[in-house]
Design a protein around this ligand. Structure first.
Ligand code: ADP
Length: 542
């Protein structure tokens, strides 16, 4: 017997319909590529996204067409997403931090037909457009006045392009499982892999993420997604913020400490989200200037492990709650959040910080397990670590084009490639990427734990740990550090700081100081590159 409730497909553009109807006057503020701060509203974005849909249709785009975007976070970028989704098209975010050849590879793999691009990224497009035969329309996210005087590309400016239409458009209707968005993982090993979101997965992910014990979003919130729309589906914020009518403040191209601070302050931002590297820049700006964060209530930190010292600085020095989150492009992307359950509500000081080093627990809609190499499920005891696997309505069931089949099993579990333990209360802690874990004498050493500890030293700016071949133990940890400006600590001083805080046999065998630690296009430490740089390194005793 079927239920007798309405069939109301979960389509993303319904989110924007809702935002316009219930929160039409709520603002979206964007620092533009051209310079000025632009202000618009959900009602306006709604009307203009419909014009974008009309313009796309007039240009012959339709169901299933991949329409790429190469842009900073902005209201126009958001309109482009919704405009594409509204005709059944698929927004495809491209990461401008990748090499142009990688971007071309990804566009060809996805067979992108259209492209929305910010002025800042035109040189990339000029370099690759000839190598992407499927591409037949380029729309620059600007107005006629700011268009370049000459270019080898044939392109239109967004404002004139949508300006030809009246916005009198009914979004297309289709099954909620229809594809609506696409995002490639950055491919630090092997080729990038495409994740293809559906309307249903994005809507459910947004519903999951606004919950009180997740991002806790509501209409009173002023949210600044520093996490770019081109990284991991913008952590769902382009869907979750309009779903609750939160005001959005887009940082555009400027993510340095001073620029981020300026918007946090002038727009009275209450909640923000980004990877740790961004917060390092903000925290050192605050330290230098003595400025405070009176409006900011909480900051979501993920994409890489949030160092304990960072949580401590935000909470103790600035009164801003840190929510440590974990997720992946393949998970839409939120997978777990470090919000405290009642059993931990009394924690404070160091014990609270211990708990916040964990990546938190999975909200409804994300199932988790850890297994050993033989696929046997491991206990949730907070110490046994194994392969972290997930499933749920926001988790990919395959990669676009069939890559990586070995990561998906018969029971629907997706192997994240992360190694983690989970405690009895469900709090998960990532100890490594499976390819980064150090195997010493048959036992595993967590590089993330060591890195977090090392950056707690007052003179250390950033730290990375890699395994170095060792004749007796197979591999032993090498700690690679960048020191803070003007600081010159001795290796022994850092090791002494770490001693007693981790098992003795986890202690790095040596410390190497470097000027720079390489990062991936999504801000993660590029361990593959570090391993290459230190390929010939050997310890004195090994
Ligand atoms: P990409 O692989 O393209 O850089 P993703 O955001 O999809 O982008 O990367 C997901 C991976 O990032 C996770 O599998 C995990 O290894 C790492 N990660 C994300 N959040 C955290 C976190 N809070 N702590 C540790 N690692 C994290």
């Amino acid at each position: 017997m079927l239920g007798m409730m309405q069939d109301w497909p979960l389509l993303c553009h319904k989110i924007l319909d809702y935002a316009a109807a219930q929160h039409g006057g709520r603002e979206i503020v964007s620092r533009s590529v051209e310079g000025p701060i632009l202000r618009t509203t959900y009602a306006d974005i709604h009307a203009r996204a419909k014009k974008a849909s009309q313009a796309l249709e007039a240009d012959g785009f339709g169901l299933g067409d991949r329409i790429a975007t190469l842009g900073w976070n902005s209201a126009r970028h958001m309109e482009a997403w919704y405009g594409a989704m509204g005709i059944g098209g698929v927004y495809h975010t491209l990461n401008p931090r990748l090499f142009p050849e990688q971007i071309a590879w990804i566009m060809n793999h996805a067979e992108d037909k259209g492209l929305f691009v910010d002025l800042s990224f035109l040189p990339i497009v000029e370099a690759i457009a000839d190598n992407v035969p499927s591409l037949r329309k380029i729309i620059v996210l600007t107005d006629a006045d700011h268009m370049p005087k000459s270019s080898k590309l044939e392109m239109v400016d967004y404002e004139s392009w949508i300006g030809q239409h009246d916005g009198d458009f009914a979004w297309k209707q289709f099954d909620e499982n229809t594809a609506c968005g696409m995002c490639y993982t950055s491919g630090t090993t092997g080729d990038p892999k495409g994740v293809l979101y559906s309307h249903r997965s994005n809507v459910l992910h947004a519903l999951i993420s606004v919950q009180p014990d997740a991002l806790n979003l509501g209409s009173n919130e002023v949210i600044m997604p520093v996490v770019p729309m081109f990284h991991a589906n913008a952590w769902g914020i382009a869907h979750s913020a309009p779903m609750v009518g939160a005001k959005i403040v887009n940082p555009g191209p400027l993510m340095d400490g001073a620029s981020i601070y300026e918007l946090l302050d002038s727009e009275k931002v209450t909640m923000t989200a980004a990877v740790p590297t961004v917060w390092l820049m903000l925290l050192s700006y605050l330290e230098e200037t003595g400025k405070k964060l009176p409006h900011l209530n909480r900051v979501v930190i993920g994409g890489s492990a949030c160092p304990r010292a960072m949580t401590e600085a935000f909470q103790n020095d600035y009164g801003v709650q840190v929510i440590h989150a974990w997720g992946m492009t393949e998970m839409s992307p939120l997978g777990s959040l470090g919000v405290m359950k009642p059993v931990y509500s009394d924690l404070e000081g160091e014990v609270l910080l211990d708990m916040q080093e964990k990546q938190g627990y999975a909200p409804f809609g994300v199932e988790m397990q850890i297994t050993d190499d033989e696929n046997v499920e491991l206990p949730w005891d907070g110490k046994t670590f194994g392969k972290l696997k997930v499933r749920g309505p926001g988790v990919a069931k395959a990669y676009y084009g069939g890559a990586g089949v070995e990561q998906f099993d018969q029971e629907g579990w997706f192997d994240t490639g992360d190694v983690a333990h989970i405690n009895a209360n469900g709090y998960m802690q990532i100890t490594d990427r499976s390819k980064d874990v150090i195997k010493s004498g048959g036992e595993w050493i967590s590089t993330i734990d060591l890195e977090n500890l090392a950056v707690g030293h007052p003179d250390i700016q950033e730290a990375a740990v890699i395994g170095i071949v060792h004749s007796k133990w197979d591999e032993r940890p090498l700690l690679i550090c960048i020191t803070k400006q003007g600081k010159n600590p001795a290796a022994e001083d850092i090791l002494e700081f770490m001693r007693g805080k981790v098992a003795k046999w986890w202690m790095p065998n040596a410390v190497a100081f470097v000027e720079e630690i390489p990062h991936t296009a999504t801000g993660k430490i590029q361990k593959t590159e570090l391993r290459k740089q230190f390929a010939d390194y050997r310890f004195d005793d090994g």
